[in-house]
Design a protein. Structure first.
Length: 96
C-alpha cells in the first residue's frame, strides 16, 4: 500500500524520511510509511490533537517494537494512552 500524495505529509526521523497521512477524520487512524512507498505500514490510533512530535514519537516507538519500514514485514499498530491529566505525558503501546 502506498500512501496517496493528496494530503500526505513528510517527516524525517533519525535521518530517514517517512510519509504520513492524517486521515483521522475518515478512518480514526494515522498511516505512516517509509518515503519509498514500499514495505509495511505503521498505523497509529491517535490522540485528539497530533503534532509532528507525536508522529516522530510513534515512529521511534514502532522501531523499538520491531517495525521494519521500507521492508516487507508485518504492519504494526500503536496507540496513545490518554488517561492522564498531563498532556505532555505520552505513552504509546501496541494495539493487541
Amino acid at each position: 500500500m502506498t500512501i496517496p500524495t493528496k494530503g500526505r505529509r513528510t517527516i524525517t526521523v533519525n535521518g530517514i524520511e517517512y510519509h504520513w497521512l492524517p486521515s483521522v477524520e475518515r478512518s480514526g487512524r494515522i498511516v505512516i510509511q517509509h518515503a519509498t512507498g514500499q514495505g509495511c505500514c505503521l498505523f497509529v490510533v491517535p490522540l485528539a490533537i497530533m503534532t509532528p512530535q507525536h508522529i516522530a514519537d510513534s515512529i521511534r516507538f514502532a522501531l523499538k517494537e520491531g517495525w521494519t519500514p521500507g521492508e516487507s514485514g508485518t504492519d504494526i499498530w500503536v496507540e496513545y494512552e490518554d488517561d492522564y491529566d498531563d498532556p505532555t505525558y505520552r505513552r504509546l503501546r501496541p494495539v493487541t
